[in-house]
Design a binder for this molecule. Structure first.
Ligand code: ADP
Length: 355
């Protein structure tokens, strides 16, 4: 017989446009909880759900109310709220949060049709990832923590070219056209959700190379809201100060264009935030320990855990820059948040705050 606290489902929202690194982030997150997430056993092979001991990740595309043909007929994109069933999304996320299993629909990305539903049991941690986790205020209220991956247009373009041109044989023109076609709905319905996020990972072109337009070297910001229950922002050297740090030299190998960190308090959509920024990329991932030792409030369970996680998944995209580093840190912060919620000891952060 488990106590009431053990049966709590903690709900995390992850929003981003498609092709912006959500599944990579999810692989990093589930790894922090110790276990690769797999599709449900014996179910629909086209299921979008990933299940591990601790986490269940559901893809919000499953709440499309219009299938591919329906969207075509009505002339709406998948980004349009009219193509999504927010009532059902709300009912089912609420049920799971309250410990009740649901029959969740499956949107089949291969056929573009809605398949028969699959049974989802309430997990310890439910992640809802997709285009609209923070769009509907009722769903938003259910989230214990929310993240928005904000990939700038330049970088989105560079990644799309990499994937769609190199791997799928699309033309440069068709990639440009597809990004342009999505933009109005993206700006109207997806982008505004970032104002509600507890943490935003913003990915921009580097400022270390003048007029860089390759999108290979990245400047990544981790924007963390203050005063979020069970979450205390990461900081560099001294909490609340404004810091600029170039760690290259004796302890860190950096080739051109180097690495630059910054940390400062700021405001973001009228909210007080702390911003940690990394521009550039690592040459040697094992030397990340040097950076890690200068960061505080990272919610590690042992010295070097961030570096260990990064080394473990060095083959994932973004492992040599701030995208991988900040995704890993947010994974650790979510583990900390989860552990605080189930023990219901607000403020009892795993890593004692440095005096
Ligand atoms: P999503 O689940 O949002 O569609 P994925 O995690 O599958 O996104 O990533 C889509 C593609 O974007 C990857 O194949 C890769 O080319 C690129 N990508 C994602 N994250 C990064 C990153 N941090 N750095 C470089 N490229 C990335």
């Amino acid at each position: 017989c488990s106590s009431a606290d053990d049966s709590k489902t903690v709900v995390i929202g992850l929003a981003a446009d498609s092709g912006c690194g959500k599944s990579t982030f999810m692989r990093r997150l589930t790894s922090v909880f110790g276990g690769a997430a797999e599709p449900p056993k014996g179910g629909n092979p086209d299921s979008n759900t990933l299940i591990s001991d601790m986490t269940t990740v559901i893809c919000l595309d499953d709440y499309h109310s219009l299938d591919r043909t329906g969207r075509k007929v009505k002339g709406v994109t998948a980004l349009d709220p009219r193509a999504n069933d927010f009532d059902l999304m709300y009912e089912q996320v609420k049920a799971l949060k309250n410990g009740v299993a649901v029959d969740k629909p499956i949107y089949n990305h291969v056929t573009g049709l809605l398949d028969p539903p699959e049974l989802i049991k309430p997990p310890k941690i439910l992640v809802i990832e997709g285009l609209h986790p923070m769009f509907d205020s009722r769903v938003r209220e259910l989230l214990d923590f929310s993240i928005y991956l904000d990939i700038s247009n330049e970088v989105k373009f560079a990644w799309k070219i990499q994937r769609d041109m190199a791997e799928r044989g699309h033309s440069l023109e068709s990639i440009k056209a597809s990004i342009e076609a999505r933009k109005p709905d993206f700006d109207a319905y997806i982008d505004p959700q970032k104002q509600y996020a507890d943490a935003v990972i913003e990915v921009l072109p580097t400022q270390l190379i003048p007029d860089d337009n390759e999108g290979k070297v990245l400047r990544v910001k981790l924007i963390m809201k203050e005063e979020v229950k069970y979450f205390s922002p990461v900081y560099l050297f001294d909490e609340g100060s404004t810091i600029s740090w170039i760690p290259c030299g004796r302890k860190l190998t950096c080739s051109y264009p180097g690495i630059k960190f910054a940390y400062c308090p700021d405001t973001y959509f009228d909210n007080e935030v702390s911003v940690l920024e990394m521009d550039g990329q690592f040459d040697r991932l094992d030397e990340l320990i040097y950076i890690e030792s200068h960061l505080s409030n990272i919610s590690t369970k042992f010295y070097g855990e961030v570096t260990q996680q990064m080394l473990k998944h060095s083959d994932f995209p973004g492992s040599n820059n701030g995208t991988g580093l900040f995704q890993t840190i947010i994974g650790l912060k979510i583990r900390d948040l989860y552990e605080q919620i189930i023990t219901s000891k607000p403020g009892a952060s795993l890593e004692a705050r440095k005096a």
